[in-house]
Ligand binder design. Structure first.
Ligand SMILES: Nc1ncnc2c1ncn2[C@@H]1O[C@H](COP(=O)(O)OP(=O)(O)OP(=O)(O)O)[C@@H](O)[C@H]1O
Ligand SMILES: [Mg+2]
Length: 265
């Protein structure tokens, strides 16, 4: 039913980039993530799929401590990146989020110029020595996000004045500008047209040469096209996790099968 490009024999085993053990997430008394264990490989695209409300975004936000910003949210368990506990008190969440970048479902450009949206991260993290360096980073990031041609003549215009799809690609450019090691993408293409969607999918494929990418998507076709690993969530549980080709052609759990064949969700 799905066109899965990789056959199982082509899926290489890579180093573990992120390891989550016994993760629980609560919003007040709502238990949103239940005892999730998951190892995310380096240089791999991992797709999180599952019905609305199953906890995909909540679990994704655990990986760069975005849940810290939600007052009623409490995270338990262990999450390490390259073996380091990201919830350790000594970890600065701002540094962490430069290393583990995020693109949200709803585009959220800063109320600044297009140029400054992209230059913001490299500036605060000292990645450019001078204006010429910064210009190079801004152009490269906008090109990678497939929006350079549309904005190159108006870099001083406000980012918020772009169309929804353009704003999203600007946010992707902003996220890749700091050269994150992990990029978290929560339904990044839901505001994009098919052309921009395929450009972003190409970018994702390019990014995985160097980084880990985790993408939440409601499109099974997209998960099958872009990911090598897939995690299926249901009611806060990680039900099944494995090679994308296996999950989409021969899932073990009946809940996974029902979801991918359209019977639940
Ligand atoms: N900020 C919040 N405050 C309280 N409850 C929340 C909050 N965010 C999520 N939840 C609850 O946690 C559970 C998981 O939600 P989450 O947003 O992670 O699901 P999801 O799989 O991303 O769904 P969707 O596909 O609709 O985006 C749901 O029951 C949701 O109502
Ligand atoms: Mg969500």
């Amino acid at each position: 039913m799905y066109d899965v490009p990789n056959t199982e024999i082509n899926v290489e085993q890579r180093d573990i980039k992120i390891s989550a053990r016994k993760v629980q997430v609560y919003y007040g008394t709502t238990h949103a993530i239940k005892d999730v264990n998951c190892e995310i490989q380096d240089k791999t695209v991992t797709a999180f799929i599952g019905p609305s409300g199953c906890g995909k975004s909540t679990f994704l936000r655990c990986l760069n401590r975005m849940n810290d910003t939600i007052d009623i949210c409490r995270v338990e368990g262990d999450i390490t990146i390259d073996g380091e506990d990201i919830y350790d008190k000594r970890v600065d969440p701002v540094q962490l989020r430069a290393k583990v970048g995020m693109v949200f479902q709803k585009p959220n450009p800063f109320p600044k110029s297009i140029y400054d949206n992209v230059a913001y991260g490299p500036r605060i993290h000292g990645l450019a020595r001078n204006k010429a360096d910064l210009d190079v980073i801004v152009e490269r990031s906008l090109r990678r996000a497939a929006i350079w041609d549309e904005v190159k003549d108006r870099l001083d215009a406000p980012g918020t004045g772009l169309s929804g799809g353009q704003q999203q690609r600007l946010c992707i450019a902003r996220a890749v500008a700091t050269e994150p090691e992990v990029l978290l993408m929560d339904e990044p293409c839901s505001a994009l047209d098919p052309i921009a969607t395929s450009q972003v999918e190409e970018l994702i494929d390019e990014l995985r040469q160097e980084y880990s990418v985790v993408i939440v998507t409601h499109s099974m076709q997209q998960a099958a096209r872009v990911s090598q690993k897939t995690a299926f969530f249901h009611l806060g549980h990680l039900v099944e996790y494995g090679d994308t080709s296996k999950i989409f052609t021969n899932p073990v759990d009946s809940r996974t099968e029902s979801y991918i064949t359209g019977r639940i969700g």
